[in-house]
Design a protein around this ligand. Structure first.
Ligand code: COA
Length: 160
């Protein structure tokens, strides 16, 4: 059974992430979308909120599960028996960082390989930060995030 993990902060999950996830689910037996607790990146949503929104957004993908982890991604991958790390590439600007991340992970454990998948061009410019900015400026985020995320964030914003 080939298990792949798709790590990230997913703060929040976007349609771009879902596109990568759907493609990965078609290639690997099981894909685990792994939400990183990242002490250096101040979160907008709590890890629990992110997991809840991911679960609600992936119900159509039978072989995808959600989990959380702390520490090194590669150690988490080893612990759960994953052989592959999925990373998404949106534009050339992602390449340098992703190359460095993948080579660092290979240096830490060469048995786990990074596989890069690209997003559809219509999702190339999306990032979690742009979504938060649009939301904070009362813009419409419905085109960029899955329905459950849209509903949750617009309701949450109305309550602040
Ligand atoms: N669609 C939409 N947005 C996407 C995307 C896609 N397909 N792919 C990436 N993004 C966005 C993310 O939402 C994020 O946006 P933001 O910066 O506005 O929040 C941005 O691009 C960066 O995403 P990503 O590269 O996935 O970073 P991340 O912070 O979400 O996750 C980790 C990076 C957690 C995988 C990485 O830091 C890590 O492995 N950390 C653990 C420690 C470790 O092992 N480090 C490596 C060895 S030193």
């Amino acid at each position: 059974m080939k298990i792949a993990i798709y790590p990230g902060s997913f703060d929040p999950i976007t349609k771009g992430h879902l596109d990568i996830l759907k493609n990965a689910a078609g290639i690997f037996d099981k894909v685990i979308i792994a939400v990183a607790h990242n002490g250096q990146k101040k979160g907008f949503l709590s890890v629990e909120e992110r997991v809840k929104l991911i679960k609600a957004s992936i119900q159509h993908l039978d072989n995808v599960e959600v989990d959380t982890f702390e520490g090194l991604t590669i150690e988490y991958a080893k612990r759960i028996g994953a052989e592959v790390l999925i990373r998404g590439l949106r534009a050339v600007s992602d390449f340098e960082y992703e190359m460095q991340l993948s080579q660092t992970n290979s240096a830490l454990c060469d048995d786990i390989k990074t596989v890069f998948l690209t997003t559809k061009p219509k999702y190339n410019f999306i990032s979690s930060s742009t979504i938060k900015e649009i939301l904070n400026n009362n813009g419409d985020i419905s085109k960029f995030v899955p329905e459950p995320v849209y509903e949750y964030l617009t309701k949450k914003k109305g309550n602040v």
